[in-house]
Design a protein around this ligand. Structure first.
Ligand SMILES: [Cu+2]
Length: 180
């Protein structure tokens, strides 16, 4: 009688082990620990309001400190969808490819987010699930304001950028400067 139970337990363990790797890999997605971490509201000492227009930011550069938690308030005064994404130049380049795909699939439009298409499961089409929920980024529709709280960990080459197709290339990128 013990053998089938043992076998069943083993099977469950093996399934759990098999599942654990992709889950762990997925947890890491979008967190980019080297860029910093999502900040806590209680740690915010400074708020920076950034205006987005078609296609530019109100700031060319923003000075931050290592260890500082900053609240960014992003107000979109343009007529197009814009993003405020904190990352390295390489990460922005990779994210631009993802956003291009989301645009081609209609999840994003030049002026907004299609919530229904964003919710669809694209795995049936052989694609990995796609969603725009990285903690280091906010997408802001025209006329809207959104917030992002971020804790900067260490000085590095870091940019804020809009990865909506074509916007980075037209100048929607600025530099974080690490001060003391
Ligand atoms: Cu933009």
């Amino acid at each position: 009688m013990k053998t089938p139970i043992f076998a069943a337990t083993l099977a469950v363990c093996l399934i759990a082990m098999g599942l654990s790797s992709p889950i762990r890999a997925d947890e890491g997605h979008g967190h980019h620990p080297s860029f910093g971490t999502p900040g806590k509201a209680a740690d915010v000492k400074r708020t920076v309001t950034v205006i987005t227009r078609d296609n530019s930011y109100s700031h060319e550069a923003i000075t931050v400190k290592a260890g500082e938690t900053v609240k960014f308030v992003i107000r979109n005064e343009g007529s197009l969808l814009h993003e405020f994404n904190i990352g390295s130049p390489d990460a922005h380049a990779a994210h631009q490819k993802e956003m291009m795909q989301m645009m081609e699939m209609g999840m994003l439009t030049p002026t907004g987010i299609d919530a229904e298409k964003m919710k669809m499961d694209h795995s049936a089409m052989g694609m990995k699930p796609m969603k725009h929920d990285d903690p280091n980024s906010v997408l802001v529709e025209p006329g809207k304001t959104r917030e992002l709280i971020w804790k900067f960990t260490k000085p590095m080459k870091l940019e804020f950028a809009c990865n909506v197709p074509g916007h980075y290339q037209s100048g929607m990128v600025g530099e974080f400067r690490f001060g003391k």
